[in-house]
Write a protein that binds this ligand. Structure first.
Ligand code: SF4
Length: 442
């Protein structure tokens, strides 16, 4: 049997697309194998968000050819989209596909067998207007499914290469989303995570639908108990959005709202389209309406021209908001983006120092968030057993607290009331049961 191996870099969207390509190969009679094994086809699904992504992608290309010099090596995804010429020069690359036409990958491999000549299938992504439907029918996980609803971004933040790698906003048709979610519900999935490059833009290119509409339609599907948004923009969380969310108990009170900087001058240079005051108002609106809401974010440190004073503002703002988690990134210039040419680039050691300070704020506020839930009973969707720990399971609350609890019964895929007892590394330790009726094991 022919074998194919995948190596995926980058985000959840890329992982989703790898799953979809793997299914296409399986349907054509291929067996999926590990990237360290001998295979007939190696697919590297690349990322280009940081320079590190590019370097790692190149390393994996070379590693694949070493495993089997007669294999076909396909380089696909964001790095392939932005640098096809560079990739075509790397020895051993047979096929290059960007962020479009990955659904044709098997077809291209068949063509390679006939022609034995490198194929560069990368097209100008800025001209693409259709969402490429790549369905995933089988998932490794059985409880939470990531569902790609959207592609592309029209925001052009000054540091970001993504709009050039993924092209303009394209949304998946509501009928296709509903069909896939119904299928997932039938297969036992309880939670759907809406994923995309810029989820907040869902529907901007379609008539008669938008993000609120699709959330409501998925909410009506029996069997689905939770809907989570992978990320959202502050500008999306209007009073109207909050009023809708209050009517939809399945919509998780967990919002990942990208901040990037807590300083207005820096935000402006980043070409972000909100101010810190607007952001503050959004957080207040959510907290007034959903007292248990978890707000997580991304913050970049060391953006060009970020003075000590600007960074200080950013740090204080992060402290004031009290995020339940901050993903801290050190700015890294991307060739082809406006900010790569900005003056006053911040030295590496300064970025390192700022990153540490921001991570400390994140750790403190994460702990404060957890403290609010000590000795409270919460619904936990248990996803899987904890590795190497007998009778232990881990799962998530709707507001994204990772919970570990003991159970003799297999509780994988079940939502169970759990009392949160203790803050532990990466989450909280809980006991199955409620405050009235504690864990039957104890
Ligand atoms: S919103 Fe900004 S940071 Fe996010 S993908 Fe679009 S351009 Fe990049």
């Amino acid at each position: 049997m022919k074998k194919v191996a995948f190596y995926t870099l980058g985000c959840k969207v890329n992982q989703y697309e790898t799953e979809a390509m793997a299914e296409l190969f399986e349907n054509s009679g291929y067996e999926i194998t590990s990237f360290d094994e001998y295979a007939d086809v190696y697919v590297i699904n690349t990322c280009t968000v940081t320079n590190l992504g590019d370097r790692k992608s190149r390393q994996m290309i070379r590693r694949a050819k070493k495993k089997n010099k007669h294999s076909f090596v396909a380089v696909v995804g964001c790095y392939a989209q932005t640098a096809p010429e560079e990739i075509s020069q790397i020895e051993g690359v047979n096929l290059i596909i960007g962020t479009k036409d990955r659904s044709r990958i098997v077809e291209y491999i068949e063509q390679l067998k006939e022609e034995d000549q490198q194929i560069n299938a990368v097209e100008d992504i800025m001209k693409v207007t259709e969402f490429e439907d790549m369905k995933v029918n089988t998932y490794k996980e059985r409880t939470r499914a990531f569902l790609k609803i959207q592609e592309g971004c029209n925001q052009f933040c000054s540091y970001c290469i993504i709009p050039y790698a993924r092209g303009p906003v394209r949304s998946r048709r509501p009928e296709d989303i509903i069909e896939e979610v119904k299928q997932l519900a039938q297969n036992g999935f309880k939670e759907i995570v809406f994923a995309g490059i810029h989820v907040a833009s869902y529907g901007k290119d379609l008539k008669d639908t938008n993000l609120m509409d699709i959330i409501q339609r998925v909410h009506d599907i029996d069997g689905i108990e939770r809907i989570r948004l992978s990320s959202i923009e502050p500008t999306t969380i209007s009073q109207e959005f909050v009023d809708m969310a209050k009517r939809l108990p399945k919509l998780c009170p967990h919002y990942h709202i990208s901040l990037q900087s807590g300083c207005d001058e820096t935000l402006k240079r980043m070409n972000r389209k909100y101010t810190t005051q607007e952001y503050r108002e959004v957080v207040e609106r959510l907290r007034v309406n959903f007292p248990d809401v978890s707000i997580t974010t991304d913050i970049m440190v060391g953006f060009p021209g970020e003075t000590e004073e600007e960074f200080d503002k950013s740090l204080k703002f992060a402290e004031e908001i009290g995020f339940s988690k901050i993903h801290v990134f050190k700015y890294s210039p991307r060739k082809g983006t406006p900010s790569a040419m900005y003056p006053n680039q911040v030295p590496a050691e300064e970025k390192e120092k700022r990153s540490k300070q921001m991570i400390e704020v994140s750790n403190r506020s994460e702990r404060n968030f957890y403290k609010k839930f000590l000795n409270r009973d919460m619904d936990v969707l248990f996803e899987q057993p904890v590795k190497d720990k007998k009778d232990y399971y881990e799962g998530l609350t709707a507001n994204y607290i990772r919970v570990y609890a003991c159970s003799k019964e297999n509780i994988e895929g079940m939502i169970r009331k759990t009392v949160l007892r203790e803050i532990v590394e990466g989450g909280m330790e809980g006991e199955l049961g409620t405050l009235q009726k504690n864990c039957p094991l104890l």
